[in-house]
Ligand binder design. Structure first.
Ligand SMILES: *Cc1c(COP(=O)(O)O)cnc(C)c1O
Length: 396
């Protein structure tokens, strides 16, 4: 049976080339990067190289790069760290309704501790309103956190302008760029970014490693107490192999961004056109203008049927996709991102995210369309709701 992976927004494979770079740091150069002997110094050298690779990729200074355990930790640290360090100035934070749970739940945790959070609405393509953003800034606003690109519907937010507005009002700007690295060019200086989160496993690096970029001179609370690693800001023994992998992966991602984006968008665009021409009663969620969404993302709602059932039947055909976000799958609640962009609740239940990667082919897209047509047809034939509305006629 074929095996087709279309869930690259949930995670990507680790590039074999990246893995090769990592391997010596498990068994040969295994020293603690904080140790002063040659084993430690060798490890530190590799970590410093990776720090430089990250810095080059986003246009910052190497000493503004802090390695973490992933995107979730970086988001938590950025938001809680700023809240802790700047609460004397104010306790108001602005974010959007369509952030990843790592941001939304962090904000909710802070609300329980006396902070106030404004969750900006988005339009039906997932874009925040810059006007609304500016109007919601108050005397006591300390932080704006808006993602660079959304993980479910692929919307790319106008981060440069968001940063500009933030700075005009003396407010800090954090962006969750986990989905954007390798897909969207980012320059933290030009884009007015004070803090940025990324995660290795979303751009063909290993899992369990991420970065928080923090502008120099910006006060932030420590997130992990303990040893003096990462310039005394993030305790815990440095994960040398993973960091080496992240460094190599981001270098590749940025160097090959145009080439990869072109290929991925070509496969995705073909897929979207085919689905739209072959299946009726569907919603194409997220920006209709493809230049405003991640090249990898296609998100559809199929009326009258359940996303979970589509996912299971596609899985049986060897095709891996996601219904809503990985984090909300398993629960019966439809995705809050889809509801926020105005997808009706009963339609949102029938949603699937297809996220393409650099190794997916047109043949795979074609096979997936065929299986999807069959699947939707079969499920609609069994759907009482569909029968009630459309009668017994065959209908895809
Ligand atoms: C995957 C993801 C995260 C979480 O990153 P982890 O490294 O898995 O913790 C955060 N934000 C967005 C937008 C993501 O897609």
């Amino acid at each position: 049976m074929k095996s087709i992976y279309l869930d690259n927004s949930a995670t990507t494979y680790t590039d074999p080339e990246v893995l090769q770079e990592m391997l010596p740091y498990f068994t040969e150069v295994f020293g603690n990067a904080s140790s002063q002997h040659s084993f430690g110094r060798e490890a530190l050298k590799a970590v410093d190289k990776a720090r430089g690779q990250v810095a080059k990729a986003i246009g910052c200074n190497p000493n503004e790069v802090y390695f973490t355990s992933g995107g979730t930790e970086s988001d938590n640290w950025a938001i809680k760290g700023i809240a802790l360090a700047h609460q004397k100035k104010g306790k108001h934070i602005i974010t959007s309704r369509i952030e990843h749970p790592a941001v939304i739940k962090t904000c909710q945790a802070l609300e329980k501790q006396g902070f106030e959070v404004t969750y900006l609405d988005v339009d039906n393509e997932g874009l925040i309103s810059l006007d609304e953003l500016e109007k919601s800034i108050r005397e006591d606003t300390i932080l704006i956190s808006v993602m660079t690109a959304n993980n479910e519907v692929g919307t790319i937010e106008p981060i440069r302008k968001i940063g500009e507005i933030a700075h005009k009002h003396g407010v800090l700007f954090h962006t969750d760029a986990v989905q954007a690295i390798g897909n969207v060019p980012i320059d933290v200086v030009k884009d007015n970014i004070d803090l940025l989160s990324m995660s290795g496993h979303k751009f063909y690096g290993p899992k369990g490693v991420g970065v928080l970029y923090k502008r120099n001179g910006l006060r932030i609370g420590r997130f992990m107490d303990g040893g003096e690693q990462e310039r005394n800001m993030r305790a815990s023994t440095i994960n040398t192999p993973a960091i080496v992998g992240l460094g190599k992966a981001i270098e590749n991602a940025v160097n090959n961004m145009d080439k990869n984006n072109k290929h991925v968008a070509e496969v995705r665009d073909y897929f979207v056109k085919e689905v739209q021409s072959k299946i009726k009663d569907i919603y194409f969620n997220g920006p209709k203008d493809m230049s405003k969404r991640l090249p990898s993302n296609a998100n559809f709602s199929f009326e009258y049927i359940e996303g979970e059932s589509i996912l299971m039947l596609l899985d049986m055909a060897g095709i891996a996709v996601s219904s809503g976000s990985a984090c909300s799958s398993g629960s019966l609640e439809p995705s809050y991102v889809l509801l926020s962009i105005g997808v009706p609740i009963e339609v949102a239940h029938g949603s699937i995210r297809f996220s393409f990667g650099k190794n997916n082919t047109l043949e795979e897209a074609k096979y997936t369309v065929d299986k999807l047509v069959e699947t939707v047809d079969r499920l609609r034939e069994m759907s009482p709701l569909f029968k009630e509305i459309k009668g017994d006629k065959k209908y895809v």
